[in-house]
Design a protein around this ligand. Structure first.
Ligand code: MN
Length: 188
C-alpha cells in the first residue's frame, strides 16, 4: 500500500504564486485519487509487492494502462511537490548551474526554452529537465508519461501543466503560470 507523501511545507506556503485552494485540491483530491486508485488496482495483484518505479516500468511494458496511469501520476506528483519551494526561483548551486549553462547557453535561455516546451505541450502533461550521459535536456510528456517509462534519463525537476495545476489561479493563462513557477517556485 502506498501512502501520501508528507510535504515539508504548508498548503499555503507557495502563495501567491500557487494558492492554498489550488494546492489543497491538487494534493488532497487529484493526487490522493491517483494514489487511492493505484492501491485499489494493485491489491492482490503481482504489482502489490513492487516499488513504484518498478510498477511504472512493468505496467507500461505490459500495456496495463490503468495501473500505469495511476502509478505514473503518483510518481509525477511526488516529483512535482519536490520541485517546488516557497523560496524557489533561484539559480542552482554552481555544479548544476554549469551544466545548465553548458546545455542551454545561459540560465535565462534555459528558462526561455523550458517555458516554450511547457507551453507547447498540447493538452495535459508535464515538462521535465532530465539528465542523460551528462547532458541536460527539456522534455514535455503527455498525460501520465514520464522519464521512467519513456527512458529519458534521470529527472531533475518537473512542472505539472495539467489544467488542474493552475486553472483556479491563472484560468487559461498557462504562460503566466509557467513564468510565475520559474521565477518564484522552481526548486532544484
Ligand atoms: Mn496534477
Amino acid at each position: 500500500m502506498f501512502e501520501m507523501k508528507k510535504l515539508n511545507f504548508g498548503t499555503n506556503a507557495l502563495e501567491p504564486y500557487m494558492s492554498a485552494r489550488t494546492f489543497e485540491f491538487h494534493y488532497g483530491k487529484h493526487y490522493k485519487t491517483y494514489l487511492d486508485k493505484l492501491n485499489e488496482l494493485i491489491s492482490g495483484s503481482d504489482y502489490e509487492n513492487m516499488g513504484l518505479e518498478e510498477i511504472i516500468k512493468v505496467s507500461y511494458s505490459k500495456g496495463d494502462k490503468a495501473v500505469y496511469n495511476n502509478a505514473a501520476q503518483v510518481w509525477n506528483h511526488e516529483f512535482f511537490w519536490n520541485s517546488m519551494s516557497a523560496k524557489g526561483g533561484v539559480e542552482p548551486a554552481s555544479d548544476l548551474l554549469n551544466k545548465i549553462v553548458a546545455s542551454f547557453g545561459s540560465y535565462d535561455n534555459f528558462k526561455k526554452e523550458f517555458k516554450q516546451k511547457a507551453l507547447g505541450q498540447f493538452g495535459s502533461g508535464w515538462c521535465w529537465v532530465v539528465e542523460k550521459d551528462g547532458k541536460l535536456s527539456i522534455v514535455a510528456t503527455s498525460n501520465a508519461d514520464n522519464p521512467i517509462s519513456l527512458d529519458l534519463g534521470k529527472a531533475l525537476v518537473c512542472i505539472d501543466v495539467w489544467e488542474h495545476a493552475y486553472y483556479l489561479d491563472y484560468q487559461n493563462r498557462r504562460a503566466d503560470f509557467i513564468d510565475s513557477w520559474l521565477a518564484h517556485l522552481l526548486k532544484w
